[in-house]
Design a protein around this ligand. Structure first.
Ligand code: HEM
Length: 131
């Protein structure tokens, strides 16, 4: 595991210790920043799609930082697939930035300089190929 992947895994563990599943917080923030996205989750009344998608986006991020076996490709494919669901490809960039901002808020004083560096690198790399 790369050092950045280890730091990002540690962030996830710290966040989980604080409040369990962070999915609702991430989407709450996303919908405040970009209210037009909320209306796209028309069929997801119980939040199951959001929960599973959040898992996959994080797993893809960790794969991207580690083995790089599928993460970047999957995200690229989903950027295209989601256009059929009305999701602009740029929303994927917004999403990862929002995940980072949410975790930073949750951890407060426990958000370290190492975390800031690892997340900034990861989000920067993942979002630099969008079109
Ligand atoms: C690797 C990344 C992702 C994967 C694998 C993924 C996967 C999926 C899957 C399997 C569905 C259900 C498909 C269907 O109902 O036809 C879905 C729906 C959806 N996804 Fe994603 N997703 C990803 C990232 C995202 C991101 C970043 C957003 C934006 C915040 C997003 C927004 C949506 C929306 C709005 C729906 C439709 C929900 C509904 O119909 O209520 N997805 N996604």
């Amino acid at each position: 595991m790369s050092n950045d992947a280890a730091i990002i895994t540690e962030t996830l563990e710290r966040v989980a210790e604080r409040l369990g599943d962070p999915t609702p917080f991430v989407f709450q923030r996303l919908f405040i920043e970009a209210p037009e996205i909320e209306s796209l989750f028309v069929r997801d009344a119980d939040g199951l799609v959001r929960g599973q998608m959040f898992q996959v986006t994080i797993e893809s991020l960790l794969d991207f930082l580690g083995d790089r076996s599928y993460g970047a490709n999957l995200i690229q494919i989903e950027r295209v697939n989601h256009q059929g669901l009305g999701v602009d490809p740029k929303v994927f960039d917004t999403f990862y930035v929002t995940v980072m901002a949410t975790f930073k808020d949750i951890l407060g004083a426990d958000w370290t300089a190492e975390m800031e560096a690892a997340w900034t690198r990861a989000v920067g790399e993942l979002t630099s190929h969008s079109g």
